[in-house]
Write a protein that binds this ligand. Structure first.
Ligand code: URA
Length: 440
């Protein structure tokens, strides 16, 4: 078999079989297939697409390119969630403790932020002392004892995805539904959970910019997971505005804790409850109505907060910072960005908000960059709000005041005020399960 022929077949619109996909992927991981040939194949896939069957095989081969985690040493159903990425997306810090408080095990591996989007592991490390790297024994013991552990993804999971993602990033081949679906599902299948809820974000801050594409990605990922014997569903959630008000690691921890204490913003609380209820359904805890009631109870009776506190304590985190988030590290400087006119916020580009936060030090441009946990943005007014000249639109936080000017330029570059009130998008657009698609 030759890589040249595989590339040519896909270039001409052909369908690759398992042997050809395995030859390309395993050869690339082994170093036998060079970057230039894999780049050509990725571009051919980007332009020609893949059938569902090809995508399922690609996912399977990628999942088996590294360790397939066996969670059977942990008793009971294990549930996982995955977001396709967003700005101010701190739902894991809320949803995982709610679900664990309702008796479903969470043995979760999460990622770090890259580009304009954040990552759960960075947020957890904003709580001083928190260890996000545990040995397998520690990980299993913690989940068996307290029902929840969230750690950084092992370097051995879906090894092919790591290499392929880095190549896609520099060859303009990230935004391709079969490649995104196989990338995400290879990691989820290899991570071993029985029930997987996918949060497919949609909007200007997300990979998926419109509903048909978001539904197609969700449908494909649900079908791949279901074919592998997992319980999988997806919610399509809005990313035309960030969830909640806070962007930046310590700021997002503080806002998540507020939700867990029943004092969080309505939009974030509602999305977290919907995600948690759907995870509970997948884990066999009941129908959607009873699971919703269960999730709400875990918030109001404080058990979800206690579960979160227990998790951080078990991983070495300073829980005094959770009891009183004012003790989280604060930036040295803050700066109010004010409205220069009057009107409704008709556009507030989410990618630009995320990039402004990165410029303040809250994220990384390159994997090796260090981040400032205290840096970030608190949005005082969001899409759809009416502002007058001089009103504070957001407050920026950084350790170096010179960072405010470029961050302000970035933020303002995506801000449009209008005399017309914009129509606000729903928080959740659709639910995709193995049984079909429900649009709201
Ligand atoms: N997240 C992933 O893990 N992979 C993609 O391709 C896109 C988003």
């Amino acid at each position: 078999m030759r890589m040249y022929d595989i590339i040519a077949k896909k270039r001409d619109g052909g369908t690759l079989d398992r042997a050809e996909i395995a030859f390309a992927i395993n050869g690339y991981v082994a170093g036998d297939v060079p970057d230039y040939q894999m780049s050509a194949l990725l571009m051919a896939i980007y332009l020609r697409g893949m059938t569902d069957e090809e995508t399922a095989v690609l996912t399977d081969v990628m999942a088996h390119s590294g360790e397939m985690v066996d969670l059977s040493a942990i008793a009971g159903i294990k549930a996982d969630k995955h977001s396709t990425g967003g700005v101010g997306d701190k739902t894991t810090l809320v949803v995982a403790p709610i679900v664990a408080a309702c008796g479903v095990k969470i043995a979760k591996m999460s990622g770090r932020g890259l580009g304009h989007t954040g990552g759960t592991i960075d947020k957890m490390e904003a709580v001083p002392g928190t260890r996000t790297s545990l040995t397998q024994d520690e990980f299993f013991r913690q989940v068996n004892e307290i029902g929840i552990a969230v750690i950084g993804q092992s370097g051995q999971i879906a090894v092919a995805d790591k290499k392929l993602y880095a190549l896609r990033d520099v060859t303009a081949t990230v935004g391709c539904i079969p490649l995104i679906a196989s990338s995400i599902m290879s990691k989820k299948l290899a991570s071993g959970s029985d029930a997987i809820l996918l949060d497919v974000t949609m909007g200007d801050g997300a990979f998926m910019k419109n509903l048909p594409d978001a539904i197609e990605l969700a449908r494909l990922m649900v079908s791949i997971g279901t074919a592998h014997g997992r319980k999988v569903a997806a919610l399509i959630t809005d990313m035309d505005k960030p969830l909640g008000h806070n962007i930046g690691n310590a700021l997002e921890v503080a806002e998540s804790i507020a939700v867990l204490k029943g004092r969080g913003p309505d939009d974030l609380t509602e999305v977290c409850l919907q995600l948690a209820s759907n995870m509970l359904v997948l884990a066999g805890k009941g129908d959607l109505t009873s699971c919703r009631a269960m999730a709400e109870r875990a918030l109001t009776d404080g058990t979800a907060y206690l579960k979160c506190r227990q998790m951080f304590a078990a991983q070495g985190g300073d829980v005094a910072c959770l009891d009183n988030p004012d003790q989280l590290r604060k930036a040295k400087y803050c700066y109010d960005l004010v409205a220069q006119g009057e009107g409704y916020i008709a556009k507030n580009d989410v990618e630009k908000i995320g990039n402004a936060s990165v410029l303040l030090g809250a994220g990384r441009i390159k994997k090796e960059d260090t981040i400032d946990f205290a840096a970030g943005i608190i949005m005082r007014h969001k899409l759809g709000d009416y502002v007058r000249s001089g009103d504070v639109i957001c407050t920026m936080f950084a350790d170096d005041p010179a960072l405010f000017q470029p961050a302000e330029e970035m933020y303002r570059g995506g801000l449009i005020l209008s005399a017309d009130k914009p129509t606000l998008p729903p928080l959740v657009y659709a639910r995709v399960t193995a049984d079909g698609i429900e649009q709201f």
